[in-house]
Design a protein around this ligand. Sequence first.
Ligand SMILES: NC(=O)c1ccc[n+]([C@@H]2O[C@H](COP(=O)([O-])OP(=O)(O)OC[C@H]3O[C@@H](n4cnc5c(N)ncnc54)[C@H](O)[C@@H]3O)[C@@H](O)[C@H]2O)c1
Length: 392
Amino acid sequence: MIEGKETLSGGAVLRYGMVGGGAGSFIGEVHRKAVAFDNTARLVAGCFSRNFQNTLATGASLGVAGERLYRDYEEMAAGEAARRDGIDFVVIVTPNHAHYGAAKAFLTRGVHVVCDKPLTFTVAEAEELGQLARERNLLFGVTYTYSGYPLVKQAREMIRRGDIGAIRVVMGEYPQDWLATPAEAAGNKQAAWRTDPRYAGISNCVGDIGSHIEHTVSYITGLRIQSLCANLQSFGPDRALDDNGEVLVRYAGGASGVYWCSQIAVGHDNGLKVRIFGTKGSIEWEQENPNYLKVALLGQPVQILSRGCGYLYPPAARLARIPSGHPEGYYEAFANLYAAFGAALTKHRAGLALTEDDLDFPTAAAGIDGVKFINCCVESSQRGSVWVELDS
Ligand SMILES: NC(=O)c1ccc[n+]([C@@H]2O[C@H](COP(=O)([O-])OP(=O)(O)OC[C@H]3O[C@@H](n4cnc5c(N)ncnc54)[C@H](O)[C@@H]3O)[C@@H](O)[C@H]2O)c1
């Protein structure tokens, strides 16, 4: 295949605002680029920082009208809800501590929400947001990036079709090394809040990257975690929160898994890797080599599937934007989540019922599962690495 592909959604009819993502931050700009990738929506409002000068400067650089730059998210939710041309959805990309308050402020005013992970500090808060969205008939997306990759969709579809049989064992890992030294004490802003319980919540490493393993595995396999046993550690000097964690997992139905997340694993950048072993075969996907999927079927030579090739199943094939061999990656995965969210929102606004396919992006339910996972890991570890039931 040598042809490219036009954008997935139509004109930017939708309007969005952003909370967080001010100058000097990380993920907000990734979200903005991802929304722009397919012309999914136009950025028209923002409270980009707790520092209003930063919000003003960021807004000016992004072409947002001054009257739609706000001092805090409450003012923004009220201001936008009162406008005839108010935002259709808000994107929340603050550190974890502000997700709950910001999401609630917009949901209660009838604005759809996209929020980054982990959704909230507590399970009760996450469930409350899910309940609010349901009651008010609002869409809620949670940006678990990795479910936006075409070959993750392929893995999910293969398992749904039974290609590798019944799942027996899952191995998931996410090693990084950026906190191998006390970066939080050396002026790294992102490290400072992630290692501070006031902003990160009860976990650093499991919350930040272990939650990505949990969601990616759950999305690909459909397995539900029944119980887990975790050993969380903090190797950084004077760190209140974990920077490394191992988790044993038992799924409903009898399969088992091992997850390892680490920020002190020297030599690793963003090494998310998931291996899934079934009765008839296995699948392996790595986020640092995301255009390929390793598949082994019992008694056959190992195959490497490539993004953009005609043999992929439709949910994966339709996401490929450029020919195989030209790498796609992080931005495209985020853009795929936004394209799905935007298409669902457009349909919803037209009064049409949404199907399971329309809702093929992480929703509040995934956010709630993530918070349960994090909380259970911390509880298990604190109680001496005992087995903890997820829905107890
Ligand atoms: N999906 C992913 O792969 C992924 C990757 C990185 C980060 N994240 C998540 O994104 C969120 C942000 O992470 P980051 O690394 O970009 O953080 P960051 O520190 O780089 O940026 C946070 C921004 O939020 C602003 N902010 C803080 N409190 C605010 C408030 N009350 N109102 C408005 N703005 C406020 C800060 O000024 C800053 O601009 C976190 O929840 C993190 O877990 C997700």
